[in-house]
Each structure stands twice: as structure tokens, then as C-alpha cells.
Design a binder for this molecule. Sequence first.
Ligand code: FES
Length: 149
Amino acid sequence: MKYSRAKVIEDTKLQGGILDVLKAVQAEEGYLSDDAIAEVAKAYGMYPSEVYETATFYTMLHVGGKAEHVIEVCGSTCCDAAKAAALVAELENELGVKCGECTADGKWMLRRCECLGRCDTAPNVMFDGELIANARAEDVIAKIRKAGK
Ligand code: FES
């Protein structure tokens, strides 16, 4: 069956709140585009800027584009204590983007995420859905280059 954003918004709105709707749209589309945010805002009688504020407040929601490869660096307490911010800085430098952005060619997205449930191996990175525990910048960068940066 063909995906319908309007149907997902309508169905999810009946069962939950705006966060549920945003998560449902993201699950279908990979991220929250400006169009999707505007459509959700219309469904709730809100301004798109209000929905955008919500979408950018929660780290499990993603705006800023869709990429072929997604690197998520845990942004929760244990990983931050294990210098995840420094890791992000090195990955930003490698990819030439700021965290939360896609590369211009649409190949790479770098972003923070919520606790991955592996706090004992902080810092943790999800690389295209694969966990890298005790992540070191050189390991992640090697994977980026292997994937054909
Ligand atoms: S704080 Fe990073 S995995 Fe829990």
C-alpha cells in the first residue's frame, strides 16, 4: 500500500499526542522535513515553528535531512562524561558538517541521539544501526572512509 503522510497523521493523532505523530511520520520518512512539520502543525492547529521547536527539543526526533549513512553519537550523561562531545567534534571535522546536518552530497548525516542503553561501554555510537561500543574517533573515521566518504 502506498504511504500517505496524511493518513499516518490522522491515524496516530487518534491514538496519541503530537510526539507520537512526529515519531510515526519519522518512522515512515526517516526524518521530519519542513513539509511534514507543516502538515503536522496544520493537523493540530499550530504554527509550524511550534512543531519545529518540539521536533528539535527531543533527540529522538530528527530534522535536517535524510542521508545514505547515519552516524548517531549518544548524547546522554554517561557518554557525555566519556567525552562524546570531543568525538562529535572529530567526526564533524572528518565529514565537514555540524552535528545535526547532512553532507552536501546527501551521503552522511551526523547527529546526537538518546541513551542507547549501553552506558557501561560509553561513549557509544550507532553507525547505520550498528553499535560501536567504547567508540574512538579513529575507529568511526575508519568506518566512514571504508564506506566510501
Ligand atoms: S548514556 Fe550513552 S549509552 Fe547510555
